[in-house]
Design a protein. Structure first.
Length: 152
């Protein structure tokens, strides 16, 4: 069993849902060495989130942002308001969506569905750099290769 771990910083992203699959894969090329494993992505923030969703139609991203805004609007009478009107709704959205993901690794690749991608959902109004800890765990390709049997 092998473990690979990196912490990456994503570029500042405006409020909305952003595909980050390529950032993740590019940051940890060791995935290619694993025949079977698991990738964990953990976001080190409480006002953004990670999710897996459709990666083809950009309207999905807009609709996700719209729906999250309806679920946790900025107009509610929140008590925690010191960091601005978008902060507490961002915490609610982060709690609902989540800050970590697990994705299977198969034959050196993330085993996502045809239309699936990894998203960072930025819930604050001002673009912010976000950090993600990426951990790949699994069996190296060479470790699963069948052993040669002795010929008698």
């Amino acid at each position: 069993m092998q473990f690979f771990q990196k912490q990456i910083q994503l570029p500042p992203l405006r409020r909305g849902c952003h595909l980050i699959t390529s950032h993740i894969v590019d940051a940890i090329p060791e995935i290619r060495e694993l025949s079977c494993g698991l990738l964990n992505c953990f976001l080190l923030h409480t006002s953004a989130s990670l999710t897996i969703n459709e990666n083809a139609d950009p309207n999905v991203r807009k609709d996700l942002e719209m729906a999250l805004g309806k679920i946790a609007p900025e107009t509610w009478p929140y008590v925690h308001t010191e960091e601005g009107p978008d902060d507490m709704p961002a915490h609610v959205k982060s709690s609902l969506v989540g800050c970590s993901l697990n994705v299977p690794i198969t034959s050196g690749r993330l085993n996502l569905g045809t239309w699936q991608g990894i998203y960072l959902c930025e819930h604050r109004n001002n673009p912010t750099r976000r950090s993600v800890v990426i951990t790949a765990t699994g069996v190296l390709s060479a470790q699963l290769a069948p052993k040669a049997e002795a010929v008698t």
